[in-house]
Design a binder for this molecule. Structure first.
Ligand code: GZL
Length: 318
C-alpha cells in the first residue's frame, strides 16, 4: 500500500540524505534523525545498530542515537528529547508492543514522523507512525516449527522454548507462529516455555535449570541465536551433545550460529536480517519528501540447516 506522509514543517525545504556535505545546494538541509534503539542485548542488536550508524555516516545525516538499555522508559525519554531537539524524523525499535501512544502523540503534534524499524507496536491510532520495516516474526515461528516436524521423528517429542523479551513483538509472534504448526502435530509437545530475554547468559542459566527439571528434552526452540548459544553451553556442561542428544532450533542466523550449524551443534536457524540501514534511510527520505512509499516493508527470511549452511556461511554479513 503506497502512502503519502508529509510533515507540514517540511513541505517547503527539500531534504536529501545523500551528498549533504560540501558544495551542495543551499536549499539542501542537513537531515537530523533520532534513533531510539532497544539496547545491546544480542549480536543481532549490535549488528542492527552498526548498520544504522554506518548508513547515517555515509549519508551525512546528523544522527542522534540513544540506547534504551532494555528499558521502555529510556526509549520514551529519548523520543521526548528528539522532539525537544526538533529532529526531522524519529526511528524507533520498540522494546515492547504497548505503551507508546502518549509519546507518539507528542511527536505527531510536533509534526515529526516516526518510522518503526524491526519491531511493531500495538496502537489504537495507526497515524502515530508513518511506516514499519522489519521481518514477519509469526512466519519465522512457523518456519522453525515446519523444519522441526519435517526433520525430527518420534511419537512423543518434548520441546522447551526459550522466549525473548516478555511483551516484545518477536517473542509474542515467534511463539504464536511456532504453536500454530505444533498444535497440528500431537506427537510434539512444548513442556516448558520461559523467557531468557534474548540474552546469551540468561539462555545458559535457563537451560541449566530446565535440564535439572526434565530428564528428557528432545528439542530446544530458542527465539534467538544468543539464547541458543547459551543453552548449548549448559547442554555441554551437562555432558550432552547439542545438535545430537538435543535438537537446537533458533532464529536470527548470526555468523556464530552458522558456525554452530556447520559444527553440528545447532540443527536449524531461521534468518532475520538486522541490516536495515540503507532501506530505513531510503524510507526516511521518501517520508520527508512526500514521495510515495510502502507503509509496511517486510523482509524475506530464509531457513538454514546442515544441508546448506556451509555453502552460505562465507557470504553472511552479520
Ligand atoms: C528481531 C529482533 C530480536 C532478535 C534478537 O527482529 O527484534 O531482538 O531476534 C534481538 O536477537 O535481541
Amino acid at each position: 500500500m503506497l502512502t503519502r506522509f508529509v510533515a507540514p514543517s517540511l513541505m517547503l525545504a527539500s531534504v536529501f540524505l545523500s551528498g549533504c556535505g560540501g558544495g551542495g545546494d543551499s536549499a539542501e538541509k542537513k537531515l537530523k534523525i533520532g534513533f531510539a534503539q532497544v539496547g545491546a542485548e544480542s549480536v543481532w542488536r549490535t549488528a542492527n545498530t552498526d548498520s544504522m550508524q554506518r548508513e547515517a555516516a555515509k549519508r551525512g545525516v546528523d544522527f542522534k542515537f540513544s540506547s534504551g538499555e532494555g528499558k521502555q522508559e529510556n526509549q520514551i525519554r529519548a523520543i521526548r528529547s528528539f522532539v525537544a531537539q526538533g529532529v526531522d524524523l524519529i526511528i524507533l525499535s520498540p522494546i515492547v508492543e504497548t505503551g507508546w501512544d502518549p509519546v507518539l502523540k507528542e511527536a505527531k503534534r510536533a509534526g515529526i514522523p516516526v518510522l518503526l524499524m524491526d519491531r511493531e507496536i500495538e496502537t489504537s491510532d495507526e497515524s502515530l507512525y508513518a511506516a514499519f520495516i522489519g521481518s514477519d516474526f509469526v512466519e519465522e515461528g512457523r518456519l522453525a516449527a515446519r523444519w522441526m516436524v519435517e526433520n525430527v521423528k518420534g511419537d512423543n517429542v518434548k520441546i522447551v522454548e526459550l522466549e525473548g523479551t516478555p511483551g516484545s513483538a518477536p517473542a509474542i509472534d515467534r511463539q504464536t507462529g511456532f504453536r500454530e504448526i505444533v498444535d497440528k502435530h500431537s506427537n510434539f509437545k512444548i513442556i516448558e516455555s520461559q523467557s531468557a530475554n534474548f540474552r546469551r547468559s540468561d539462555g545458559k542459566d535457563l537451560m541449566e535449570s530446565l535440564l535439572k527439571l526434565h530428564s528428557e528434552i528432545d528439542v530446544v526452540y530458542a527465539h534467538n541465536d544468543d539464547m541458543a548459544l547459551g543453552a548449548i553451553q549448559a547442554i555441554e556442561a551437562a555432558g550432552l551433545k547439542p545438535g545430537k542428544d538435543i535438537v537446537i532450533i533458533s532464529i536470527d542466523a548470526i555468523k556464530e550460529a552458522f558456525e554452530a550449524v556447520v559444527a553440528g551443534k545447532i540443527n536449524c536457524i531461521v534468518e532475520c536480517t538486522p541490516l536495515f540501514g540503507p532501506l530505513a534511510f531510503d524510507m526516511a527520505e521518501k517520508i520527508l519528501n512526500g514521495e510515495p512509499y510502502e507503509r509496511r516493508v517486510v523482509m524475506k527470511d530464509k531457513v538454514f540447516d546442515q544441508t546448506n549452511a556451509a555453502a552460505a556461511i562465507d557470504s553472511r554479513m552479520y
